[in-house]
Design a binder for this molecule. Structure first.
Ligand code: MAN
Length: 498
């Protein structure tokens, strides 16, 4: 019996101490409970602990100077509950917010007449503002939202598991594809090289023939044809009477000056005699022109001559056929060049696919390679006046304007948060080239949730995706919900006790 009473007294002492230390912990204004011991004078009144050491170890001050509204420590650690050290250090004011989520507010907001903490603890000082405690109301709202978020994250985690199942083995598939494609590209390179040699050969042949033809044509061109010649070739009947004397450049080339008092008969004879003496030269020139002699063509010798009209017809026909022959040679070279170009294009396609496969293989897709499921997909969303589209590991756009390209995912090792950075987009007038930093957030489906432009042409966005629903994320959300539930239950219990 005595033992039982003694032990129940011991439990009461422990509880009292525990409650007392808890009470002490929260009596140091603006300090989070985990750090309160640094600010509390030992209950035993230990003489050695009558001073407070600034967090940066720079100074020791009397405990009385903690939260005395005068900044003593360079890091501001002696004034956690006033605004005296605002701007020094970055600890801020800790709102306990019992019954809701604790939070930190900037020291500048302490005792400024505005309630920032839901428990009103930031305004309990000199301004004497009375803040309503809204923690329970806030916690209930937060719990409601959190229940939805946790449900979404659970569905997201399921979707993520399904996606990672499908993505598993993708890297091995890419490696096999790369191996096969590299061999194919190697063979294709040989085809391209062979076609290049053929095309160059055909082009050289065509060039050689063209140059020879041009060289042969040059002397004939020196003797400039008269305007009438072209008129006759174009079938102008008005110049037909002059034809014999002046249309055929090969005949004209050797024609002597006509005597002024020449009769029609004399003129006819003179021209005929010139045709007979020039015919050999004309025929020779033609053969030289074409670079070959035609066995079927009747030879224009002094012994046997075609009537000159017929001969002219043949010469004209040969002239007309020449471009066709050039065109044939050109088209043969062209066809070879086209075949080479087509093979080259095919090779270029293979090489760019090889680059893409290599990048896919080298990339970090985060835990469980989950980011693989976003590869090759694009997501669009109309936000304010623009239609945004984002393609992870591809390009992001604002309507037709490029916001940059993304090659890799940045995965924060401490938080696991994934960010896709799109860089080197279209230039901004008088500014940087456009860029977008897209943060992935856990959700049960892929969706571009927001895009903002906090600084001109520098965009930030949030992308909802099951990929971000890792076990850690879900656990954190579930823990927050559990803590909130117990805080709310505790608040209710405490109220009931009062
Ligand atoms: C466009 C858009 C805007 C951007 C301006 C900059 O209007 O891309 O987002 O701020 O150009 O000139």
């Amino acid at each position: 019996m005595r033992r039982a009473r003694a032990s129940s007294r011991a439990v009461r002492v422990i509880l009292t101490c525990a409650l007392a230390s808890r009470a002490l912990a929260i009596t140091v204004r603006g300090v989070e409970p985990a750090r309160a011991s640094a600010y509390i004078l030992s209950r035993s009144g230990d003489a050695a602990r009558k001073t407070f050491s600034c967090d940066d170890g720079g100074r020791e001050i009397a405990f009385a100077r903690v939260n005395d509204d005068y900044c003593d420590c360079a890091d501001g650690s002696d004034e956690p509950g006033t605004s005296a050290c605002a701007g020094r250090g970055d600890a801020g004011f800790y709102c306990v917010n019992a019954g809701a989520a604790p939070k930190r507010v900037s020291s500048t907001r302490v005792d400024d007449g505005v309630c920032d903490c839901c428990d009103g603890s930031d305004e309990a000082g000199k301004m004497r503002v009375v803040c309503e405690n809204t923690c329970t109301k806030e916690a209930r709202a937060r719990r409601e939202a959190l229940v939805g978020t946790v449900g979404e994250a659970r569905r997201g985690r399921k979707a993520r598991a399904a996606a990672t199942g499908k993505s598993r083995g993708k890297r091995d598939g890419w490696k096999k594809e790369l191996d096969a494609l590299e061999k194919k590209a190697n063979d294709q390179q040989k085809v391209v090289d062979a076609l290049m040699i053929e095309a160059e050969k055909a082009e050289a042949e065509e060039r050689k023939i063209r140059e020879a033809e041009e060289a042969a044509k040059a002397p004939a061109e020196d003797a400039a044809p008269s305007a009438d010649a072209s008129a006759v070739e174009n079938g102008d009947p008005s110049s037909h009477s002059e034809e014999i004397a002046s249309t055929d450049s090969e005949a004209v080339a050797g024609e002597a000056e006509a005597p002024q008092d020449e009769t029609d008969e004399e003129r006819g004879k003179r021209i005929a005699s010139q045709w007979i003496s020039n015919d050999d030269a004309a025929s020779d020139a033609e053969e030289h022109d074409s670079g070959e002699s035609d066995a079927d063509e009747p030879a224009a010798t002094s012994r046997w001559r075609l009537p000159f009209v017929l001969n002219r017809g043949i010469n004209q026909a040969r002239r007309l056929l020449k471009p066709t022959r050039d065109a044939t040679l050109a088209s043969q070279a062209g066809a070879k060049r086209n075949a080479h170009d087509a093979a080259r294009r095919e090779l270029d396609g293979m090489n760019s696919k090889i680059q893409q496969l290599r990048a896919n293989i080298a990339r970090d897709y985060g835990p469980d390679e989950a980011l693989v499921s976003l590869l090759g997909q694009c997501f669009e969303q109309k936000i304010d006046k623009y239609k945004y589209s984002v393609c992870p590991f591809g390009e992001a756009k604002q309507d037709g304007t490029s916001l940059g390209k993304n090659t890799d995912a940045h995965i924060d090792q401490a938080t696991g948060v994934v960010t896709l950075k799109f860089e080197n987009g279209d230039g901004c007038w008088n500014g940087p080239s456009r860029s977008l930093s897209l943060t992935l957030k856990c959700s049960d489906r892929d969706r571009l949730a927001s895009v903002e432009e906090p600084s001109r042409c520098e965009y930030v966005g949030v992308f909802h995706t099951p990929v971000a629903c890792t076990d850690d994320v879900l656990r954190e959300l579930e823990n927050e919900l559990t803590e909130l539930e117990s805080a709310l239950t505790g608040a209710t219990t405490r109220r009931d006790e009062l």
